[in-house]
Design a protein around this ligand. Structure first.
Ligand code: UD1
Length: 421
């Protein structure tokens, strides 16, 4: 088991370049099976979720190889429509493959997917979207059988703008004859990136980033080489890391247009941010100011994937901050450990009341999910003494060598492998 050992108290300073986005790469990997040709993903980050998705594709018969930061997916040999159960349980994004598998085989078998323990995360919206395209679905003992023989383009309405369901339906519709109009879809930037990717492959999709997506079916897609968008959540996390230490950093390769909600909260906390075309410079104050209210919402609202990091900042602000988590029902797993470090966080259902304290103190804490784990590491950067963050494998799902990124900006942090005795 790996842990992060952090000695707090150093201000982060310097320059760092953001890697490509996990949430863009994963659906694009699924979309790669929509063509018989080979797809190349440039600057593909070294994340465990990407590795798991690669393993799933391999088990389905694809050839997935990595050459340094280039990922190559050759789906020629894909011969299975059954999602490998034990791998699918490891990442929720396995569900993205449902649409592409159906397109390829007109049938698919999946079990309920896994992922971070941050809520119920059902897949009813995915299934409802596919049903509206004519897929017949029945469930038997936790196994979902999909019959796509009668799939056809048409109107799809999502009851809630789920990111994954939007991407799944988009991929299922891309090779259907005729026009599919998707209503009440999610507007996240990674969906726009998926649209770019598919259109570069020969698809005819418009509207991603708005509430309605129109997919005009095409006959065939071809292989391309593509560089996914930079990771807005990694960018936000690094800014938060600098902010909690009173530091100043220059981040490069930042999707600035996708980060307005995060920038606005950091400014409310008295950070000075200077935006450039694809970079941002942050100067943090000596003591952060609390924010009045932070509510997570679908994009362009404040992203749920940045809630834990901002909560960590609020623990050391000069007053009380209120957070409301609207997207997931169980996303305050980090609060208990922050309190063990001296924070004053009170959780009531979806609301967190955070009274800022002057100091945090190092402790042994455990990541419970990806972003919550990152938030604990941030608290460790600020805390007096040593913090040990356990279950780093959860942080590795979405941050490429997080310890190296923080150390490059001057943090005293290292990874250690501990063996159980
Ligand atoms: C994606 C992101 C994740 C982010 C989330 C919300 C990827 C790989 N992951 O996850 O990092 O936190 O968007 O921005 O892109 N829901 C249902 N039924 C469904 C699907 C979702 O009830 O069929 C609910 C979920 O339980 C959750 C909410 O809808 O409460 C949002 O989920 P969704 O937008 O689907 O998130 P993901 O695509 O899983």
């Amino acid at each position: 088991m790996d842990v992060l050992r952090i000695r707090g108290g150093r201000r982060l300073t310097g320059e760092w370049t953001v890697h490509t986005a996990k949430n863009a790469v994963l659906p694009i990997m699924a979309a790669a099976v929509l063509t018989p040709d080979t797809t190349l993903l440039e600057d593909c980050p070294l994340l465990s979720d990407v590795a798991y998705m690669g393993e799933i594709l391999t088990r389905l018969g694809c050839k997935v190889t990595r050459n340094d930061r280039m990922l190559k997916i050759d789906p020629q040999g894909m011969d299975s429509h059954e999602m490998p159960d034990e791998l699918a349980k490891k990442i929720r994004s396995s569900i993205f493959l449902l649409g592409p598998i159906l397109t390829r085989f007109r049938k698919a078998t999946v079990t309920f997917p896994g992922g971070c323990e941050i809520g119920l995360r059902p897949i009813d919206l995915h299934l409802s979207g596919l049903r509206q395209l004519g897929v017949e679905i029945h469930e038997e003992g936790g196994v979902i059988h999909c019959d796509g023989r009668y799939m056809q383009a048409g109107n799809v309405h999502l009851d809630y703008p789920s990111v994954g369901a939007t991407e799944n339906v988009m991929m299922a519709a891309v090779l259907l004859r005729g026009k599919t109009v998707m209503h009440n879809v999610a507007r996240e930037p990674e969906i726009v990136d998926l649209q770019h990717f598919l259109n570069r492959m020969g698809a005819n999709i418009s509207g991603a980033g708005s509430h309605t997506i129109v997919v005009e079916g095409v006959r065939r897609l071809h292989g391309i080489s593509y560089k996914p968008m930079p990771d807005r959540i990694v960018a936000g996390t690094m800014l938060a890391a600098a902010a909690i230490t009173g530091g100043n950093i220059h981040l490069k390769n930042v999707p600035v247009e996708d980060l307005h909600a995060v920038f606005s909260k950091l400014r409310e906390m008295d950070c000075v941010l200077t935006q450039h075309a694809d970079a941002v410079v942050l100067h943090a104050p000596e003591r952060l100011r609390p924010f009045a209210r932070l509510q997570t919402q679908p994009h362009p609202g404040f992203p749920t994937d940045m809630q834990a990091q901002l909560l960590a900042l609020a623990t050391v602000a000069s007053g009380t901050s209120i957070l409301v988590e609207n997207v997931f029902e169980n996303r305050y797993g980090h609060a208990g450990d922050l309190n063990r470090m001296g924070a004053d966080v009170l959780i009531n259902d979806r609301t967190a009341v955070v009274k800022g304290v002057k100091e945090l103190y190092g402790a042994r804490v455990t990541a419970r999910d990806l972003r919550g784990g990152a938030a604990l590491a941030l608290a460790g950067l600020r805390a007096q003494g040593e913090t040990i963050v356990e279950a780093v494998h959860l942080i590795d799902r979405g941050y490429e060598r997080f310890e190296d990124a923080l150390a490059a900006l001057g943090a005293d942090v290292r990874r250690e492998t501990v063996t159980d005795t």
